[in-house]
Design a protein around this ligand. Structure first.
Ligand code: UD1
Length: 302
């Protein structure tokens, strides 16, 4: 792949940290001395900020959002402003600045609970939380920007992403970073519900790969379309805990608490559509991704 890209990033660090950007720059500099990267501290709720970062840009990877189903129940106005209005700002400034392609980070949450598994892109959507509804609304805007204005868009429905440098310290953090942090401190794990809820946990390498495939694809079928990005395997929290016990060679104490409002029961992706249209297949399966993470965090002799 051509490597002389000019890259511009924007973040307001409402959930991430500036040090993560520094690490990414340091890592990338190992492969390229003259890194062409500019970072703008800004907010996608500002049209002006979005206009600035989409100037002279060919491809937008729109990843910014306020995540967490729980946060969306407590802060619905802010979540809507960032996820929906922010997406609208990115879309509008993209067409104003003649961006050629727009890749949108959607979410598996758009499906909610479905009777059938795996979840197929053409299933009726059934959002169970405000967060999920913001992703549904954004997906429709993203598709309309293709249909009405010709911006080549692709929505990628990420299934429970995990990987290095995910923040474990917020009350809205995802389950894997929370579990691993608590294990490193020898603390108990809290499970909401009976632990039988299942997720198609997806290592970040798969997500990066799907974004790169979307960027280079010239398949017209993908424009205005949406795709699952996942591993195609369902793992329950109880199974994950059992695996961690084996890997770390110790008993893990678990607190079972009430199931959370808005929580989806089982989530598993069909990968047929993304395989056929984009040539995607998972590059790192769940257990390998988890073992890699355990090693990075020096949690045990994984
Ligand atoms: C949902 C979406 C996901 C999206 C994410 C954004 C679904 C199926 N998934 O993730 O695609 O990226 O929102 O925020 O809709 N849990 C515990 N103990 C903890 C923390 C969490 O038991 O300490 C449980 C939760 O109740 C849930 C599961 O673990 O059942 C996963 O939770 P979490 O990591 O927060 O992600 P989802 O809400 O599934």
């Amino acid at each position: 792949m051509k490597k002389d890209f000019r890259v511009v990033g924007i973040d307001n660090f409402s959930t991430g940290t500036e040090s993560n950007i520094d690490i990414a720059i340091k890592n990338a500099s190992r492969y390229r001395k003259d890194l062409n990267f500019t970072f703008v501290k800004g907010d996608i709720r500002s049209y002006k900020d979005c206009e600035k970062v989409t100037r002279k840009i060919d491809v937008v990877f729109h990843q910014a959002a306020l995540g967490s189903v729980q946060r969306s129940l407590e802060e619905p106005i802010e979540v809507n402003e960032v996820n929906v209005c922010g997406t609208m700002n990115m879309l509008k400034t993209s067409i104003d600045n003649n961006v050629k392609k727009f890749i949108f980070a959607s979410s598996s949450s758009v499906y909610g609970d479905s009777e059938k598994l795996p979840k197929i892109e053409e299933m009726p959507l059934n959002p169970k939380s405000i967060y999920a509804a913001t992703k549904v609304a954004s997906e429709y805007y993203v598709r309309l920007f293709y249909r009405l204005y010709g911006l080549k868009t692709i929505s990628l429905r990420y299934f429970n992403v995990f990987g290095k440098r995910q923040n474990p310290d917020s009350i809205y953090s995802a389950v894997i970073p929370i579990f691993l942090k608590n294990l490193s401190l020898n603390k108990k794990l809290s499970v909401f519900g009976d632990g039988e809820q299942g997720r198609d946990f997806t290592h970040i390498d798969n997500v990066v790969y799907a974004n790169l495939l979307s960027m280079v694809s010239q398949n017209h079928k993908t424009y205005g379309n949406f795709y699952n990005v996942a591993c195609g395997e369902i793992i329950s929290l109880n199974e994950m805990i059992k695996f961690l016990e084996k890997k770390l060679n110790r008993k893990i104490d678990v607190f079972y608490k009430n199931k959370r409002k808005g929580d989806v029961d089982k989530s598993l992706a069909s990968l047929k559509k993304i395989r056929e249209d984009l040539g995607y297949k998972p590059v790192k399966k769940f257990y390998r991704g988890l073992v890699d993470l355990i090693k990075v965090l020096q949690l045990g002799n994984a």
